[in-house]
Write a protein that binds this ligand. Structure first.
Ligand code: SAH
Length: 228
């Protein structure tokens, strides 16, 4: 495990005491909502979410809400990041993880502090570039990036112990199921624009067992990839 990020670089610790209090409040909220994994809570506590946001929004970084990051996309709500990460940790190995939908890289940063290696793909190039910059700033080096439509997964690096999808398809992409290792899990929001159900799908041999965790709201998983 890596040491606390905020201790490594003072300028990452953010906006003084207000920020420290806001971070503790956020942790309390996550625990109230049923997050129990100390590993996950510790990583969320030490990950500076404000660096993933534009300056105009950084004062809201430790609120438990999704916020805009441009290109009609959002940074995920901390509770949802915690819930998805915890569900993967509690259900098996997370040595090699694939993430679909890097966005600004916040979920990537959380996962990279818990997994051995993270592979992450994003269809919007400027977002991927920004994520690379953010994650370099945090000195997280166990991450490989690719600019691509992630519904095909990333076959070259599979099979994966865990796949986390942070945009919602109407149906579970077959390629993602195929790239799970035996005992691997896919966590994915499935459904239309209004609300989706968060599914945890476990592979045993050629059988896939889906468990519905809760209702969530993600941006849609879109087809094709964009240069700008
Ligand atoms: N993981 C991010 C959430 C980003 S929002 C966080 O921690 O905040 C979801 C992201 O999925 C968006 O950046 C969107 O561009 C991306 N996305 C949507 N469809 C995709 C696809 N088919 N392939 C790859 N990325 C996709």
């Amino acid at each position: 495990m890596l040491s606390s990020l905020s201790n490594r670089k003072p300028n990452l610790s953010g906006i003084g005491m207000t920020s420290q209090r806001a971070r503790e409040r956020l942790l309390g909220r996550l625990m109230d909502q049923g997050i129990t994994s100390m590993e996950v809570l510790d990583v969320i506590r030490s990950t500076p979410r404000h660096i993933f946001l534009d300056e105009a929004l950084s004062h809201r970084a430790y609120e438990d809400v999704a916020l805009p990051i441009g290109f009609k996309q959002t940074i995920s709500q901390p509770y949802v990041v915690a819930r998805m990460t915890e569900a993967l940790i509690k259900s098996g190995s997370i040595e090699k993880v694939l993430e679909i939908g890097t966005g600004c890289g916040y979920q990537t940063a959380v996962m990279a502090q818990l997994a051995k290696s993270v592979y992450t793909v994003e269809r919007i190039k400027p977002l991927l570039d920004k994520a690379k910059k953010n994650l370099r700033l945090l000195k997280l080096r166990n991450i490989d990036f690719k600019h691509v439509d992630g519904s095909g997964g990333w076959e070259k690096h599979g099979p994966f112990d865990a796949i986390i999808t942070t945009a919602a398809p109407q149906q579970v992409p077959r390629n993602l199921l195929e790239q799970l290792a035996d005992g691997g899990r896919l966590i994915i929001p499935v459904g239309g624009e209004a609300t989706q159900e968060l599914q945890l799908i476990t592979r045993r041999g050629d059988e896939f067992n889906a468990q519905v965790l809760e209702e969530v709201r993600f941006v849609p998983l879109l087809v094709g990839h964009l240069q700008h």
